[in-house]
Design a protein around this ligand. Sequence first.
Ligand code: FES
Length: 351
Amino acid sequence: MTIAPIEALPDTPAGTTSRVRLNYTDTTREIDVPAGTTVLEAAEAAGARLVSQCRIGTCGTCVGRVSTGALAMPEGRVYPLRAEELSEGMRLLCQAHALGETEVDLDYPAAMLDEHPVVTTTVKVTGLTWLAETVVELAVRLPKSIPFSFRSGQYVRFRIPGTDEWRSYSMASGERHKRRLAFTIRVLPTGAMSDYLRTAAAVGDELDLEGPMGSFGLEEQPGPVLMIAGGTGLAPMLSMLESLQTARTRNSVRLVFGCARQGDLFHLDELDARRSFMPNLDVRVVLDEQTDRPGVLVGNPVSVLTAEDVADPDTSAYLCGPPAMLDAARERLQQLGLPRERIHAEHFLPS
Ligand code: FES
């Protein structure tokens, strides 16, 4: 395998094209990428759809992994990829240029993009519920005229009212609910969306929404499912749990959910209810600080992982939370023997 370092793009003669094979999880497409054109642009020109959002190399959603050949991205810029991911061949396809024949692995099915096209619409706020000191549940309703659907694990963007700023949040509601969506949102001491939610948001407000986006979601793998969520990283897990419950999966499902402080903990009753409906669901809740809450462990979602959590070689792990937690969880899971390709992660997107 040859992985190009992040370096200045070579002066490729005009008229040169590179053949790039896109390996979706359900099919393969081959495209020609002309010199000076990004893989994303060339794919779209060829009618091959790719997950993307910002198109300027900041959101990290258009990632693909080079398995053979090489893709280069312009140097001297900061990308939302860790050094380890870059060295593993991860590239942002909205920035990547092909250096000869190349093969790129994508961790989502092409069918997902056809089944769940991105829409832009205005939704109505139907609920605002504080679940914890720092967490609010936002419920919205889409207009009947908008044909919206999504895969559990995906997210949408909201425009913050009165601004041109957008923020991305994963659906916490299940994919069966196409017009009524729910989101669990961390409310920070400062920040445009946090300020809106804390001081101005009200039922009946209208919000611009764009989505669904992202490729995070359940793989069609037969084995046990291990979910690791930090804080509001629980949202996509709740959505995926509903899908697993609907599909009546017989595989064991373990959710490890951690928060920093007691005041951040939320949805413990909800998780208890899920357990009563899903006998194969095991939930482990952890808190950074000492607590007398029954059943809550002290630690973090990574420190409580054990070899038993990944004892079945068919286990697939799904991670969502702050970047540091994702890095630590990836490292720990691989130490415990879980192959990298069995680990799927959703980053919190930067504001
Ligand atoms: Fe956002 Fe490529 S689409 S980084």
